[in-house]
Design a protein around this ligand. Structure first.
Ligand SMILES: Nc1ncnc2c1ncn2[C@@H]1O[C@H](COP(=O)(O)OP(=O)(O)O)[C@@H](O)[C@H]1O
Ligand SMILES: [Mg+2]
Length: 361
């Protein structure tokens, strides 16, 4: 089946749209990819929606969030139209769209996770079946609702030597470990680019630290780093997940732009090292996907602090920018086939289960 996957990640940089052909099991062929950046105004409205949602007791109507959701859905319609235009395929050729939406708050501790995005409207716009709300069923069943990528990592990693580790560096960082028998262990390790982006936007006059150049000029404030790492969350064994807003840049306030960037970059790397330490088997290599792999300072700090070789997944022939969007296309196909997308080792749910709400056009 041809399937589209749409991801608006926690870094709030934009929409990733991927078209793949897959059976929802071992066969995956990437067909096309398109990344659409958000403008600064929308990025700010999205950030404000996230902080409002974090303060709410449960998902529900909130005027700003509702209007941002409508805007977000319209932008996804645009992204799908652009993706199809590039691919040479038409809407009638596509079997399903996996629509992640945007996480405005992730509170498995309170029994809910909230992704905005109107699946019914998207299905209506193209006449394509949409699978949305992919995390809620897992959380309702007692899981963390995240990470969901491991099932897709496992499909891609069939040929890799095991044990293998795949690290996704988005706003948040998550690792997937695949054991010799194909068993999955996956969890969020902490922040990846989220706080670095916040810092650069607040003090660096940039949306992110391109190439890690600012952090490369700074010095890590080890005392502040140690204070951040003292958070008890890091000692919790996996599976576990974290909200992008769980940590703030307050911890490095007062440092120079360079030292703040270096310290926050080290915070992400050190958290990854703690995470790798939770694994039963030490991986021989960490294969890295997501936008954070373009940050050379972060990549070097991960290698230094884990003591494990670190490589971008692109060397395996995978597209590290498209991987997450492809994964949601793959999960949508699995949802239609009734196949599991979350597992005890990945989200902590009691039994492997499928997830996602189906919106028929
Ligand atoms: N050239 C680059 N140098 C450093 N960081 C980058 C670069 N390109 C992207 N990034 C980082 O990657 C982030 C986006 O990664 P992405 O995988 O899309 O995350 P998410 O899934 O959370 O949206 C950006 O916010 C930025 O921090
Ligand atoms: Mg992104």
């Amino acid at each position: 089946m041809l399937a589209i996957g749409l991801m608006s990640g926690t870094s709030r940089d934009g929409i990733d749209a991927a078209l793949i052909e897959t059976d929802g099991e071992g066969v995956v062929t990437p067909v096309a990819f398109h990344a659409m950046a958000y403008d600064d105004g929308f990025r700010v409205r999205l950030a404000e929606s996230c902080s409002r949602a974090m303060d709410m007791d449960a998902p529900g109507f909130e005027p700003l969030i509702a209007s941002v959701e409508a805007e977000l859905t319209a932008l996804h319609v645009e992204a799908v139209a652009d993706l199809l235009g590039r691919s040479g395929y038409g809407a009638q050729d596509v079997g399903v769209i996996g629509f992640h939406g945007h996480t405005v708050a992730h509170r498995p501790d309170r029994g809910w996770t909230w992704q905005i995005g109107d699946g019914a409207a998207l299905a209506g716009a193209f006449g394509i079946t949409v699978v949305g709300d992919l995390r809620s069923a897992d959380v309702a069943a007692g899981g963390q609702g995240a990470p969901l990528m491991p099932v897709y990592h496992r499909a891609l990693a069939a040929e890799l030597d095991k044990p293998a580790a795949i690290l996704n560096l988005g706003g948040v960082a998550n690792v997937t470990a695949i054991g010799a028998d194909g068993e999955l262990v996956a969890f969020d390790t902490g922040m990846a680019s989220g706080l670095i982006d916040n810092w650069m936007q607040a003090h660096g006059g940039a949306t992110y630290d391109a190439g890690g150049a600012t952090a490369a000029l700074g010095r890590v404030d080890e005392a502040r780093l140690a204070a951040m790492m003292a958070d008890p969350w890091f000692a919790v064994p996996p599976p576990k997940s974290i909200d992008r807003e769980a940590f703030t840049i307050e911890a490095v306030q007062g440092l120079s732009v360079e030292d703040g960037a270096a310290t926050l970059t080290a915070f992400s790397a050190q958290a990854i090292a703690r995470g790798i330490g939770h694994l039963a088997e030490r991986p021989a290599c960490i294969h890295v996907a997501g936008g954070g792999r373009h940050n050379a300072t972060l990549m070097a700090m991960i290698a230094a602090r884990t003591g494990v070789e670190v490589r971008a997944v692109d060397g395996l022939g995978w597209d590290g920018d498209a991987l997450e969007a492809q994964g949601f296309a793959y999960m949508a196909v699995r949802r239609l086939a009734g196949l599991a997308i979350s597992f005890p080792g990945t989200t902590g749910v009691a039994e492997a289960m499928t997830g996602g709400v189906v919106f028929r056009p």
